[in-house]
Design a binder for this molecule. Sequence first.
Ligand code: 1OR
Length: 283
Amino acid sequence: SVSAESIQPSANPNYVRKAIPKTHEQRERIRLAVQNNFLFKNFDEEQYQDVVNAMEEKRVPANTTVIEQGGVGDFFYIVESGSLDCFISKDGGTPHKVTEYSAGGSFGELALMYNAPRAATLITTSESVLWALDRVTFRSILMENTSRKRRMYESFLEEVPLLRSLEPYERHKIADALESVYFDDGEEVVKEGDVGDTFYMVESGQAIAYKNGPDGEKQQVYRYEKGGYFGELALLNDSPRAATVVAVGRLKCATLGKKAFTRLLGPVRDILNRNSESYQGSK
Ligand code: 1OR
């Protein structure tokens, strides 16, 4: 399979590099904090260094407001350690908690992308170490890729039945983390018995799931087409792949790694578990 993603060079020719001096130890901590963050995938060395140079370390005690709904957007944040709650107040009403963030998460992109007021309030729930990236650097290096991916996957994700109950913003966060992979006719996507760390949604084409029967013969147990998904069982249950999935014709899948799957599909976990009960009949 081949990854479909690549990133365009910085779009803003007037971008002036910002460099906040850092120790080797800080650079190492940033590397660890962003290594699983999809936004930093596919960066070339120069883009990565520009972003790291511009980052500012913020040590924030517990119960501190980092972003206030309605405020002006100045920074985008990546969580190195600690935790935050995210609240939204509708029409000035009581704020309701909508989500939370922990190590590896990131927030505060919307106001920077759309020149809009902050859409939510973020409050630390424990002492936190955050890396803040200024608006100009965010817009110059991170924004194009982010908005391109959100646009690219928007209509597809709206058509995935599993994700129907999610807020549009939750689907945007999923889009950030997706990577498309392609398979040729007959190619194995996952193999029964293997350790699994990827979740798949079919963007186009078809796939068939097989299990090995008692006499070693292949038994077809499922067929997938656009909007279908597979690979969730191994991630939900930490179990080996329960079936082999093979491409039928050219197959394109949007994939999520295990960490992103756990973080972003939490709200549909019940649906995933419920749907997986329907596999029992075919086992
Ligand atoms: P921001 O720059 O507006 C607040 O600053 C941040 O909270 C925002 O960027 C997002 O990064 C983050 N709707 C809008 N912003 C959200 C949401 C959200 N959740 C986190 N943020 N919704 C909650 C989805 C679970 C939609 C509610 C209708």
